[in-house]
Design a protein around this ligand. Structure first.
Ligand SMILES: [Cu+2]
Length: 308
Protein backbone atom coordinates (compact mmCIF):
# COMPACT_ATOMS: atom_id res chain seq x y z
CA UNK A 1 0.00 0.00 0.00
CA UNK A 2 2.75 2.32 1.05
CA UNK A 3 4.90 2.02 -2.11
CA UNK A 4 2.21 2.69 -4.76
CA UNK A 5 0.98 5.76 -2.89
CA UNK A 6 4.46 7.22 -2.88
CA UNK A 7 4.82 6.48 -6.58
CA UNK A 8 1.48 8.02 -7.36
CA UNK A 9 2.40 11.12 -5.43
CA UNK A 10 5.73 11.36 -7.16
CA UNK A 11 4.07 10.85 -10.53
CA UNK A 12 1.52 13.53 -9.76
CA UNK A 13 4.22 15.91 -8.66
CA UNK A 14 6.34 15.35 -11.75
CA UNK A 15 3.28 15.70 -13.95
CA UNK A 16 2.53 19.01 -12.25
CA UNK A 17 6.09 20.13 -12.85
CA UNK A 18 5.95 19.08 -16.49
CA UNK A 19 2.72 20.93 -16.94
CA UNK A 20 4.16 24.06 -15.37
CA UNK A 21 7.25 23.85 -17.58
CA UNK A 22 5.06 23.45 -20.62
CA UNK A 23 2.94 26.44 -19.65
CA UNK A 24 6.05 28.52 -19.09
CA UNK A 25 7.47 27.50 -22.47
CA UNK A 26 4.15 28.21 -24.16
CA UNK A 27 3.88 31.65 -22.55
CA UNK A 28 7.42 32.54 -23.58
CA UNK A 29 6.77 31.42 -27.15
CA UNK A 30 3.53 33.38 -27.31
CA UNK A 31 5.18 36.52 -25.96
CA UNK A 32 8.10 36.22 -28.36
CA UNK A 33 5.82 35.24 -31.25
CA UNK A 34 3.38 38.09 -30.67
CA UNK A 35 6.19 40.67 -30.76
CA UNK A 36 7.70 39.16 -33.91
CA UNK A 37 4.30 38.90 -35.59
CA UNK A 38 3.47 42.49 -34.73
CA UNK A 39 6.69 44.06 -35.99
CA UNK A 40 6.87 41.68 -38.94
CA UNK A 41 3.34 42.74 -39.92
CA UNK A 42 4.09 46.45 -39.47
CA UNK A 43 7.05 46.33 -41.84
CA UNK A 44 5.59 43.80 -44.26
CA UNK A 45 5.03 45.68 -47.50
CA UNK A 46 3.09 43.06 -49.33
CA UNK A 47 1.39 39.87 -48.11
CA UNK A 48 2.67 38.00 -51.17
CA UNK A 49 6.21 38.28 -49.77
CA UNK A 50 5.28 35.60 -47.24
CA UNK A 51 5.16 33.04 -50.04
CA UNK A 52 8.68 33.98 -51.15
CA UNK A 53 10.17 33.77 -47.68
CA UNK A 54 11.42 30.14 -47.87
CA UNK A 55 13.27 30.84 -51.14
CA UNK A 56 14.80 34.03 -49.76
CA UNK A 57 15.80 32.28 -46.54
CA UNK A 58 17.50 29.57 -48.53
CA UNK A 59 19.42 32.11 -50.63
CA UNK A 60 20.41 33.86 -47.39
CA UNK A 61 21.68 30.62 -45.88
CA UNK A 62 23.68 30.08 -49.07
CA UNK A 63 25.39 33.42 -48.52
CA UNK A 64 23.32 36.03 -50.39
CA UNK A 65 22.29 39.18 -48.52
CA UNK A 66 18.71 39.06 -47.37
CA UNK A 67 16.51 40.25 -50.25
CA UNK A 68 14.76 43.58 -49.78
CA UNK A 69 11.54 43.36 -47.84
CA UNK A 70 12.22 39.77 -46.73
CA UNK A 71 13.32 40.56 -43.16
CA UNK A 72 9.80 41.43 -41.99
CA UNK A 73 8.33 38.45 -43.86
CA UNK A 74 10.72 36.08 -42.08
CA UNK A 75 10.06 37.75 -38.72
CA UNK A 76 6.35 37.32 -39.27
CA UNK A 77 6.71 33.66 -40.21
CA UNK A 78 8.97 32.80 -37.27
CA UNK A 79 6.66 34.69 -34.92
CA UNK A 80 3.61 32.88 -36.27
CA UNK A 81 5.41 29.52 -35.92
CA UNK A 82 6.27 30.20 -32.28
CA UNK A 83 2.69 31.12 -31.54
CA UNK A 84 1.39 27.97 -33.26
CA UNK A 85 3.83 25.77 -31.36
CA UNK A 86 2.78 27.45 -28.11
CA UNK A 87 -0.89 26.91 -28.87
CA UNK A 88 -0.25 23.26 -29.71
CA UNK A 89 1.60 22.82 -26.40
CA UNK A 90 -1.36 24.24 -24.53
CA UNK A 91 -3.99 22.44 -26.56
CA UNK A 92 -2.61 18.91 -26.51
CA UNK A 93 -3.62 17.24 -23.26
CA UNK A 94 -4.85 20.55 -21.87
CA UNK A 95 -7.97 21.09 -19.83
CA UNK A 96 -11.08 22.73 -21.26
CA UNK A 97 -10.09 26.03 -19.67
CA UNK A 98 -6.64 25.87 -21.12
CA UNK A 99 -7.98 25.17 -24.59
CA UNK A 100 -10.39 28.07 -24.32
CA UNK A 101 -7.47 30.21 -23.17
CA UNK A 102 -5.35 29.16 -26.15
CA UNK A 103 -8.21 30.07 -28.52
CA UNK A 104 -8.37 33.52 -26.95
CA UNK A 105 -4.59 33.79 -27.38
CA UNK A 106 -4.84 32.81 -31.05
CA UNK A 107 -7.51 35.42 -31.75
CA UNK A 108 -5.51 38.07 -29.89
CA UNK A 109 -2.32 37.39 -31.84
CA UNK A 110 -4.27 37.36 -35.12
CA UNK A 111 -5.77 40.74 -34.15
CA UNK A 112 -2.28 42.07 -33.30
CA UNK A 113 -1.06 40.96 -36.71
CA UNK A 114 -3.94 42.63 -38.56
CA UNK A 115 -3.57 45.88 -36.62
CA UNK A 116 0.19 45.85 -37.25
CA UNK A 117 -0.23 45.24 -40.97
CA UNK A 118 -2.83 47.99 -41.40
CA UNK A 119 -0.74 50.40 -39.37
CA UNK A 120 2.34 49.56 -41.44
CA UNK A 121 0.49 50.08 -44.72
CA UNK A 122 -0.75 53.54 -43.74
CA UNK A 123 2.76 54.58 -42.67
CA UNK A 124 4.57 52.96 -45.55
CA UNK A 125 5.24 56.06 -47.60
CA UNK A 126 6.82 57.98 -44.75
CA UNK A 127 8.99 55.00 -43.83
CA UNK A 128 10.35 54.44 -47.31
CA UNK A 129 11.48 58.03 -47.70
CA UNK A 130 13.02 58.05 -44.24
CA UNK A 131 15.24 55.04 -44.86
CA UNK A 132 16.29 55.69 -48.43
CA UNK A 133 19.76 57.10 -47.86
CA UNK A 134 23.07 56.17 -49.33
CA UNK A 135 24.45 52.98 -47.81
CA UNK A 136 28.04 51.77 -47.90
CA UNK A 137 28.97 48.13 -48.11
CA UNK A 138 31.53 47.55 -45.37
CA UNK A 139 33.76 45.80 -45.98
CA UNK A 140 33.41 46.03 -49.77
CA UNK A 141 32.23 42.75 -51.21
CA UNK A 142 33.69 41.10 -54.32
CA UNK A 143 30.64 40.23 -56.40
CA UNK A 144 30.36 37.08 -58.46
CA UNK A 145 30.79 37.51 -62.19
CA UNK A 146 27.81 36.90 -64.43
CA UNK A 147 27.07 36.68 -68.13
CA UNK A 148 23.99 38.29 -69.66
CA UNK A 149 23.10 39.49 -73.15
CA UNK A 150 24.13 43.02 -74.03
CA UNK A 151 21.84 45.43 -75.84
CA UNK A 152 23.90 44.62 -78.93
CA UNK A 153 22.73 41.02 -78.63
CA UNK A 154 26.12 39.61 -77.66
CA UNK A 155 27.20 37.84 -74.45
CA UNK A 156 28.35 40.35 -71.87
CA UNK A 157 30.16 39.63 -68.63
CA UNK A 158 30.18 41.88 -65.59
CA UNK A 159 33.95 41.44 -65.56
CA UNK A 160 34.09 43.10 -69.00
CA UNK A 161 33.62 46.31 -67.03
CA UNK A 162 36.66 45.87 -64.79
CA UNK A 163 38.59 49.10 -64.63
CA UNK A 164 35.45 51.21 -64.36
CA UNK A 165 33.03 52.00 -61.59
CA UNK A 166 29.73 50.33 -62.39
CA UNK A 167 26.46 51.99 -61.44
CA UNK A 168 23.81 49.31 -61.82
CA UNK A 169 20.05 49.37 -61.67
CA UNK A 170 17.50 46.55 -62.12
CA UNK A 171 14.36 47.46 -64.03
CA UNK A 172 12.38 47.01 -67.24
CA UNK A 173 11.50 49.13 -70.23
CA UNK A 174 7.70 48.92 -69.85
CA UNK A 175 7.98 50.40 -66.37
CA UNK A 176 5.56 53.31 -65.99
CA UNK A 177 7.34 55.19 -63.22
CA UNK A 178 10.35 54.01 -61.25
CA UNK A 179 12.65 53.03 -64.10
CA UNK A 180 12.28 56.16 -66.24
CA UNK A 181 12.81 58.22 -63.08
CA UNK A 182 15.88 56.23 -62.07
CA UNK A 183 17.43 56.41 -65.52
CA UNK A 184 16.73 60.09 -65.68
CA UNK A 185 18.42 60.33 -62.29
CA UNK A 186 21.43 58.39 -63.61
CA UNK A 187 21.66 60.84 -66.46
CA UNK A 188 21.64 63.78 -64.05
CA UNK A 189 24.30 62.08 -61.92
CA UNK A 190 26.43 61.48 -64.98
CA UNK A 191 26.12 65.07 -66.11
CA UNK A 192 26.90 66.38 -62.63
CA UNK A 193 30.00 64.19 -62.44
CA UNK A 194 31.34 65.91 -65.53
CA UNK A 195 34.87 64.86 -66.34
CA UNK A 196 34.84 62.08 -63.72
CA UNK A 197 31.96 60.34 -65.47
CA UNK A 198 34.49 58.75 -67.80
CA UNK A 199 35.43 56.41 -64.94
CA UNK A 200 31.83 55.25 -64.60
CA UNK A 201 29.70 52.87 -66.64
CA UNK A 202 25.95 53.07 -66.06
CA UNK A 203 24.21 49.74 -66.52
CA UNK A 204 20.50 48.94 -66.68
CA UNK A 205 19.76 45.24 -66.07
CA UNK A 206 16.36 44.12 -67.33
CA UNK A 207 14.19 42.03 -65.02
CA UNK A 208 11.80 41.41 -67.90
CA UNK A 209 13.77 39.37 -70.43
CA UNK A 210 10.55 38.22 -72.08
CA UNK A 211 9.68 41.67 -73.40
CA UNK A 212 13.05 43.40 -73.22
CA UNK A 213 14.83 42.25 -76.34
CA UNK A 214 18.34 43.66 -76.87
CA UNK A 215 17.01 46.02 -79.56
CA UNK A 216 14.22 47.37 -77.41
CA UNK A 217 16.57 47.75 -74.47
CA UNK A 218 19.14 49.52 -76.56
CA UNK A 219 16.69 52.12 -77.86
CA UNK A 220 15.36 52.61 -74.34
CA UNK A 221 18.60 53.15 -72.43
CA UNK A 222 20.17 55.22 -75.22
CA UNK A 223 17.19 57.56 -75.06
CA UNK A 224 18.44 58.60 -71.62
CA UNK A 225 22.14 58.70 -72.44
CA UNK A 226 24.06 57.32 -75.43
CA UNK A 227 26.71 55.79 -73.12
CA UNK A 228 24.30 53.82 -70.95
CA UNK A 229 24.19 50.11 -71.58
CA UNK A 230 21.38 47.61 -71.09
CA UNK A 231 21.73 43.94 -70.20
CA UNK A 232 19.06 41.29 -70.41
CA UNK A 233 18.70 37.58 -69.84
CA UNK A 234 16.50 34.72 -68.72
CA UNK A 235 14.38 35.49 -65.66
CA UNK A 236 16.03 32.85 -63.48
CA UNK A 237 19.54 34.07 -64.36
CA UNK A 238 18.66 37.68 -63.59
CA UNK A 239 16.90 36.63 -60.39
CA UNK A 240 20.05 34.94 -59.10
CA UNK A 241 22.13 38.01 -59.91
CA UNK A 242 19.59 40.34 -58.30
CA UNK A 243 19.51 38.21 -55.16
CA UNK A 244 23.24 38.70 -54.73
CA UNK A 245 22.50 42.39 -54.26
CA UNK A 246 19.41 41.82 -52.18
CA UNK A 247 17.23 43.09 -55.02
CA UNK A 248 14.04 41.33 -55.94
CA UNK A 249 11.34 41.51 -58.58
CA UNK A 250 8.06 39.86 -59.46
CA UNK A 251 5.88 40.05 -62.54
CA UNK A 252 2.25 40.91 -61.84
CA UNK A 253 -0.75 39.25 -63.49
CA UNK A 254 -1.24 40.20 -67.17
CA UNK A 255 -4.17 42.45 -68.01
CA UNK A 256 -6.66 41.60 -70.78
CA UNK A 257 -4.31 43.04 -73.42
CA UNK A 258 -1.39 41.00 -72.07
CA UNK A 259 0.34 43.99 -70.47
CA UNK A 260 1.83 43.33 -67.04
CA UNK A 261 3.82 45.34 -64.59
CA UNK A 262 6.86 44.02 -62.75
CA UNK A 263 7.30 45.00 -59.11
CA UNK A 264 10.97 45.49 -58.45
CA UNK A 265 13.44 46.92 -55.98
CA UNK A 266 14.49 50.43 -56.83
CA UNK A 267 18.00 50.58 -55.41
CA UNK A 268 21.07 51.49 -57.42
CA UNK A 269 24.30 49.57 -56.79
CA UNK A 270 27.87 50.72 -57.25
CA UNK A 271 30.82 48.42 -57.93
CA UNK A 272 34.41 49.60 -58.02
CA UNK A 273 36.90 48.92 -60.85
CA UNK A 274 37.87 45.60 -59.25
CA UNK A 275 34.28 44.42 -59.03
CA UNK A 276 33.81 45.09 -55.32
CA UNK A 277 30.37 46.24 -54.32
CA UNK A 278 30.93 49.57 -52.54
CA UNK A 279 27.64 51.34 -52.07
CA UNK A 280 23.99 51.65 -52.94
CA UNK A 281 21.20 54.19 -52.71
CA UNK A 282 17.45 54.16 -52.85
CA UNK A 283 15.01 55.97 -55.08
CA UNK A 284 14.65 58.92 -52.75
CA UNK A 285 18.32 59.69 -52.27
CA UNK A 286 18.97 63.26 -53.37
CA UNK A 287 20.93 63.68 -56.59
CA UNK A 288 23.48 66.01 -55.00
CA UNK A 289 24.14 63.51 -52.19
CA UNK A 290 24.59 60.72 -54.72
CA UNK A 291 26.96 62.79 -56.84
CA UNK A 292 28.97 63.79 -53.77
CA UNK A 293 29.25 60.21 -52.56
CA UNK A 294 30.14 58.88 -56.00
CA UNK A 295 32.74 61.57 -56.58
CA UNK A 296 34.31 60.87 -53.18
CA UNK A 297 34.42 57.18 -54.00
CA UNK A 298 36.16 57.83 -57.33
CA UNK A 299 38.65 60.31 -55.88
CA UNK A 300 39.61 58.27 -52.82
CA UNK A 301 39.61 54.94 -54.63
CA UNK A 302 42.36 52.53 -53.66
CA UNK A 303 42.44 49.05 -55.15
CA UNK A 304 41.98 46.32 -52.59
CA UNK A 305 45.00 44.05 -52.27
CA UNK A 306 43.73 40.61 -53.13
CA UNK A 307 44.61 37.82 -50.79
CA UNK A 308 46.50 35.03 -52.49
CU1 LIG B 1 10.63 50.06 -62.95
Amino acid sequence: MHEPTMNALAAKESKGKGSFGRLLLASTLIGFGAVMVFFGAVYLQDLRLLAEAPEALWAFICGAPLAEGMGPALMFIFGALSVLIALALMWIGGSKERRAYSLVMFVSVAAIAIVGYLYGQTNREARVSATDNIAYVEPPRLMPDFTLTSDAGTPFRLSDLRGKFVVMFFGYTHCPDVCPLSLYEMRRVKQALGEEAKHVQFVFVSVDGTRDTPERLRTYVRSFDPTFIGLTGAEEVVRQIALEYGARFRAGPPKADGFYIVDHSASTYVLDPQGYWRMMWGLNARTEDVVKALRALIQTYQPIARQQ
